[in-house]
Write a protein that binds this ligand. Structure first.
Ligand code: F3S
Length: 285
């Protein structure tokens, strides 16, 4: 059996940076406790491992007062502006692990909305990254998830609009949605904020899935970029399996395959990917 592991599988730049920032804080051992706002990255295994090292996550503004005077690391997906302001009130040292690509969207949204533009975010309104982005706008924001919502989108005919996207949005779908919005004739500027890491992963996953019998996508169930990799692969290879760790994989399903492809989301640790890769190739770790 030939097994192809995607070169882009695993931690992206932003996730790697966030994890390194957490470890820097752990190594300081200055007596203060370390908290993250929301899970630092979307991977339950990593979050569990960090809990073992004393790093816990909080998920509401109300909890900030309970951790006053300690260290608060901002998750890679980012948070709304008002949470920074609240955290400062409680004498927390803020370590910002927001991915710089997400930070760039915060700046665009803050700037453009300050200049009177309406913001349109192409993405999933329930995703923490999108919730964070919304929280940097000073005016009206609309979140559009797909072509149908783009068709339904309406606003004041004199409105000036700035369109951005969630970093992990599917590139092709983004282009379709933008086309629909542009046809409406509003004064619109579009800033493509899908990150390169996402784009490269999606393209490579698609290339591999198109020429294998079976495809494995590894990542946390809640990871948006892994879910998108899965749907891209599933369209091109019917036998695509979505697993979190090796435990979820039934190797028997791969018996009759001549070629198997493997990819992983941007928040999947390398040890999990290697364990799956070696087991699929018939070598146990
Ligand atoms: Fe950042 Fe892109 Fe990763 S936005 S966290 S480099 S997927």
């Amino acid at each position: 059996m030939e097994v192809t592991l995607a070169k882009t599988a695993g931690f992206c730049f932003g996730v790697e940076r966030a994890i390194n920032l957490v470890h820097e804080q752990i190594d300081k051992k200055d007596g203060r406790k370390i908290f993250t706002f929301g899970p630092i990255i979307n991977n339950a295994e990593v979050v569990k491992e960090l809990e073992g090292k004393g790093v816990y996550s909080i998920d509401s503004v109300e909890q900030l007062k309970d951790i006053a005077g300690n260290v608060l690391i901002i998750r890679s997906h980012g948070i709304p502006k008002f949470i920074y302001e609240e955290a400062e009130k409680w004498n927390l040292e803020i370590v910002d692990a927001t991915c710089p690509f997400v930070k760039k969207i915060h700046k665009i949204v803050e700037e453009e909305s300050k200049n009177g533009k309406e913001i349109v975010i192409i993405g999933d309104k329930n995703h923490p990254e999108v919730k964070g982005i919304i929280g940097w706008s000073q005016g009206k924001v609309t979140v559009i998830a797909d072509e149908k919502e783009a068709e339904e989108f309406q606003t004041d005919k004199n409105a000036k609009i700035c369109v951005v996207s969630q970093t992990t949005f599917n590139l092709l779908k983004f282009q379709y949605v933008v086309e629909i919005i542009m046809k409406k004739g509003y004064d619109t500027c579009v800033i493509k904020t899908i990150c390169n890491a996402t784009q490269a992963r999606q393209e490579e996953a698609g290339r591999i899935a198109a020429c294998v019998d079976k495809m494995i996508v590894i990542g946390d169930r809640h990871s948006s970029n892994t879910q998108k990799l899965y749907s891209i692969c599933k369209e091109l290879c019917t036998d695509t399996y979505y697993i979190q760790t090796l435990k979820d994989l039934d190797i028997a399903n791969l018996q009759d395959a001549k070629n198997v492809g493997i990819t992983a989301g941007a928040s999947t640790p390398n040890n999990i990917i290697q364990e799956v890769f070696l087991n699929v190739r018939g070598k146990k770790l």
